[in-house]
Design a protein around this ligand. Structure first.
Ligand code: PLP
Length: 348
């Protein structure tokens, strides 16, 4: 009989208190509106299983996934009535599945309105395209009889550039959203993502849909100081080595030791979402010290400089320097990519 396998030397530390606090901050900043939560892409890579219960306990009651398949996973942690599928039904069978599961589709087109009616209909959301030109009902289609027949809970639109506070497209989209609110009977209206919340009460409606900022992302300056870091990738030192001056580290020796060095090997690499853009730029934190990444990040391994941390040895845990706004600047990745690329090998 094999004994039970211990956890991997790789874990994602998730600060549930910070997650809950971020939701409460965003809910407060949403004024008279309530904050929901975008939990698509497995809660931005952080993990639905860890995030949804914490958000629910904090008071969040409106959750959004992108695909129907994601709804299935989220329903392990949520009542169906609190969940909506942003992409809406893609096929008659998806529409029937949502109808039977009791999940609200977000209707994005006349075709989806038909699919939903054919599946049985009932409460749904409606996404109106006010300028982004992705999915969403065109403004010209608002008067269609198939739309008039929908039982709309949340009337949504989505902002193009909410993090650019002075961009006039925000006001244009808000006016179109107001026009849609006049044209369509609905219970609640929603427009703002994380950055949209910071645009003020005119953008709040009844419900906001933050994602990034829940998980520690800071899309605009006015949210800095309010939002706490949630996610820290952590890895165990697998091996410590002493190398001589002139020796290279990792593939293609992109780092060559200028002097004798003490280095550590971590079992984290680009397969875990610690992408090659961190090569020679990233750092880990351990024992209160900074451990710069040396040479190339490879698929399963990253090497760090232990010069400032002589007390660290094999088996010790270190954490990637992963405060999202700064990490985005250093890595050249977006804060969204830094979260959603985190891989499946982490113990969460
Ligand atoms: C992903 C998404 C959000 C959340 O956006 P953030 O910028 O992460 O806050 C809100 N609304 C819709 C429609 C989305 O697709």
């Amino acid at each position: 009989m094999p004994t039970e396998l211990p956890g991997p030397a790789l874990r994602l530390s998730i600060d549930r208190d910070a997650l809950a606090a971020n939701w409460r901050v965003l809910n407060r900043l949403s004024g008279n509106a309530r904050a929901g939560a975008a939990i698509k892409a497995d809660a931005y890579g952080v993990g639905v299983g860890a995030c949804v219960p914490a958000l629910w306990d904090a008071g969040c009651r409106d959750f959004f996934v992108a695909h129907a398949a994601e709804a299935d996973a989220a329903l392990e942690h949520l009542p169906a009535g609190n969940l909506a599928v942003l992409h809406g039904p893609q096929s008659p069978s998806e529409a029937r599945w949502m109808y039977r599961a009791g999940v609200r589709p977000v209707i994005n087109s006349l075709r989806q309105a038909r699919l939903w009616a054919d599946a049985g209909g009932g409460s749904c959301d409606l996404m109106v395209d006010t300028g982004i030109n992705r999915i969403g009902l065109a403004m010209e289609e608002l008067g269609d009889p198939q739309i008039a027949m929908l039982e709309v809970d949340v009337l949504h639109s989505h902002l193009i550039a909410a993090e650019e506070q002075d961009n006039s497209v925000n006001q244009l989209q808000r006016h179109r959203w107001q026009d849609a609110r006049q044209a369509i009977a609905h219970r609640r209206a929603a427009l703002a993502n994380s950055a949209g919340i910071a645009l003020g009460p005119a953008f709040h409606g009844d419900l906001t849909r933050p994602g990034l900022a829940l998980y520690g992302g800071i899309p605009c300056a006015s949210l800095a100081g309010e939002i706490r870091q949630v996610v820290r990738p952590e890895a165990q030192l697998m091996q410590v080595r002493e190398i001589e001056a002139g020796e290279g580290v990792g593939y293609n020796s992109t780092f060559v030791a200028p002097t004798a060095m003490r280095i550590g090997v971590l079992g984290i690499g680009y397969a875990d979402g610690y992408l090659r853009s961190w090569s020679g730029k990233g750092a880990f934190l351990g024992g209160g010290r900074r451990l710069p990444v040396l040479g190339r990040v490879s698929m399963d391994m990253t090497v760090v400089d232990l010069g400032d941390a002589p007390e660290l040895g094999e088996g010790d845990w270190v954490a990637a320097d992963y405060a999202l706004p700064e990490a985005a600047t250093v890595s050249g990745l977006s804060q969204y990519e830094l979260l959603t690329s985190l891989g499946q090998r982490f113990a969460r």
